[in-house]
Design a protein around this ligand. Structure first.
Ligand code: HEC
Length: 149
């Protein structure tokens, strides 16, 4: 027991000295760090709380509507809406959560269509599916409502 203490004390002492020396060495190299606007933007995006910064570019783009025929509600959901509505990012009501959807469904389907097409609070217009037709958006809303009843 005594021997262990004798070894532990100098070890701790050496560790403390090393730490002080390292800190001193670091503070000695004070350099002005100037960030470019791009670096500042990148940094503030990294520092932003998770789930709040969602750029249009983060949302996978679905095949263009010009490929003929409209996409199903499920396809639109899986390519666009899932970004927020699967994780609940930005307070989006989650797919399959009857609790989170009950009040919204109570507002009537037309109100939900309008919210999806024009946006509402944190919900961006068209749910960021800019190449979606109104019918495709409505189909996606139908899919979400059906899956969350
Ligand atoms: C960038 C994140 C995001 C994306 C992408 C997104 N939503 Fe939303 N959505 C939200 C948020 C946040 C809310 C809750 C808004 C509120 O009521 O405060 C919401 C709410 C909704 C509502 C309820 C509207 C109401 O009136 O209560 C519908 C319907 C909806 N979204 C449909 C969609 C559809 C369809 C898509 C894909 C085409 C989509 N969303 C993509 C974030 C998103």
């Amino acid at each position: 027991m005594k021997q262990a203490k004798l070894i532990a004390v100098p070890a701790a002492f050496i560790a403390a000295i090393t730490l002080v020396l390292t800190l001193a060495a670091c503070s000695g190299e004070k350099e002005e760090v100037t960030l470019s606007t791009a670096q500042e933007t990148a940094m503030s995006e990294r520092l932003a709380p998770a789930g709040e910064v969602i750029m249009a570019s983060d949302v996978a783009s679905a095949p263009a509507a010009s490929s003929g025929g409209s996409r199903s509600g499920e396809d639109v959901y899986n390519s666009k809406c899932t970004t927020c509505h699967t994780s609940g990012a930005a307070g989006a009501p989650m797919l399959g959560s009857t609790e989170q959807w009950a009040d919204r469904i109570g507002k009537g389907i037309d109100t939900l269509y309008t919210g999806a097409i024009s946006g509402i609070n944190g919900m961006p217009p068209k749910g960021l599916c800019f190449d979606c037709s109104d019918d495709e958006l409505k189909a996606a809303v139908d899919y979400m409502v059906e899956s969350s009843k």
